[in-house]
Write a protein that binds this ligand. Structure first.
Ligand SMILES: Cc1ncc(COP(=O)(O)O)c(C=O)c1O
Length: 388
């Protein structure tokens, strides 16, 4: 548990990028597979909408919870895309990126000593946020044998009277695993009478492959009343640097969160929100095209990883990460990441930063060109051969 802000331990792609700089400065051609960021440009219609808004002087504060027209646009999208017909603009809280919704949820609902159920493997921010609130985390584990897909029966024994918050993440970062519809239905049935808030992280839900469709827990009866959906534009519209996200939550929670938004951010940039309206209302072909490219890259990378001696990697359902197992090399995840950086000039993220019992796994992002992924696989093969 956190005693001081100095105890916050974050290992993110940003840090790894920094580490790689030393090798780049020495002239080594580093392949970056660490960052969770699409390599595509933001679609032109979205950029144009923002430029026009700036030139029209839409550069002042907006309403704290979001511009009414944007909240309306998002509500409309949620009703259709996630099949939650009850959602209105009053349920939407617009934020600079999706991360603030995580912050507001923890600040609002989690006190010292509370229990928070988080996915493991899962996005490392959940653990950090729980540490900040001096809460205890309980791990909802996905295993490699199941392609890291969490199951309802894994959840049931974890819930007790101290449980305040449950985080679900589908598709998951770092594994890309979906929670299947039947499992989600069982979880919803179990949770509907429980006094637990559910944070459903759906930031990758437009990036699902093999024709698979994610399902939001909030779309099951009575679940929208206890769920905060986290979503945004960073991943599916290649808008990471714009900082544009939102939460979908019961109106009473949106009202409670309002002061937190005012204190921390005042509002989200006006012209960015106008770009968001264009993203959701304009043509969607660019999103489909990016998804198709990600799917091709996934196929290439995962096939290549499984051909490497001593490496296994389940097929991710979505997002743009692979989570291979390198355990047979007898190194910790941190050691393997460091080894790959030093010998193959490839940046990756250590699996152990994504949860418990994950030593030996590493996360590779395939948000990069196919030719670069092929080169990365070649370098991996050479580097691993030296260890055998
Ligand atoms: C699972 C998950 N949730 C939330 C976020 C935050 O997204 P944003 O960059 O919009 O704040 C990320 C970004 O890496 C993520 O992987």
């Amino acid at each position: 548990m956190l005693k001081s802000i100095k105890d916050l331990h974050i290992i993110s792609g940003f840090e790894m990028k920094q580490k790689a700089k030393k090798y780049e400065d020495e002239g080594h051609p580093v392949i970056h597979l660490e960052l969770g960021e699409p390599d595509f440009d933001t679609p032109k219609n979205i950029r144009d909408a923002a430029t026009k808004a700036i030139n029209e002087g839409k550069t002042h504060y907006a309403a704290a919870l979001g511009m009414p027209a944007f909240r309306e646009t998002i509500a409309n999208y949620i009703r259709k895309q996630k099949n939650i017909p009850s959602v209105t603009a009053n349920n939407i809280v617009v934020t600079p990126g999706a991360k603030p919704i995580l912050f507001y949820t923890f600040l609002s609902f989690v006190k010292p000593g509370d229990e928070v159920i988080i996915p493991s493997p899962g996005f490392s921010n959940y653990q950090v946020m729980a540490d900040m609130q001096q809460a205890k985390t309980v791990n909802l584990k996905g295993t490699e044998e199941n392609g890291f897909r969490v199951k309802a029966k894994g959840l049931f024994p974890l819930v007790n009277e101290k449980t305040k918050l449950l985080i679900l993440s589908s598709p998951n970062n770092p594994t890309g695993a979906l929670i299947e519809k039947e499992e989600m239905a069982k979880m919803a049935e179990f949770l509907k009478d429980k006094n637990i808030v559910i944070l459903s992280d759906e930031i990758y839900d437009r990036l699902c492959f093999d024709g698979k469709k994610p399902i939001s827990i909030a779309s099951f009866p009575s679940m929208a009343e206890k769920t905060i959906i986290v979503d945004g534009f960073s991943k599916s519209y290649a808008m990471t640097g714009w900082r544009l996200g939102y939460g979908v939550m019961p109106e009473a929670i949106a009202k409670e969160i309002n002061p937190l938004v005012v204190i921390s951010n005042s509002c989200t940039a006006t012209f960015t929100q106008i770009a968001g309206i264009e993203a959701y209302s304009g043509p969607q072909q660019a999103v489909e095209d990016m998804k198709a490219v990600f799917e091709r890259r996934r196929n290439l990378l995962v096939k290549g990883l499984n051909q490497l001696p001593g490496v296994s990697c389940p097929m991710p359902d979505g997002a743009f990460y692979a989570f291979p197992n390198f355990k047979s090399y007898g190194m910790t995840s941190d050691e393997m990441c460091q080894y790959l950086l030093e010998t193959a000039y490839i940046t990756t993220l250590s699996g152990s930063t994504f949860g418990v019992d994950l030593d030996g796994y590493i996360r590779l992002s395939y948000a990069t060109d196919e030719s670069i992924l092929e080169e990365a696989l070649n370098r991996l093969e050479t580097a691993l051969k030296k260890l055998r």
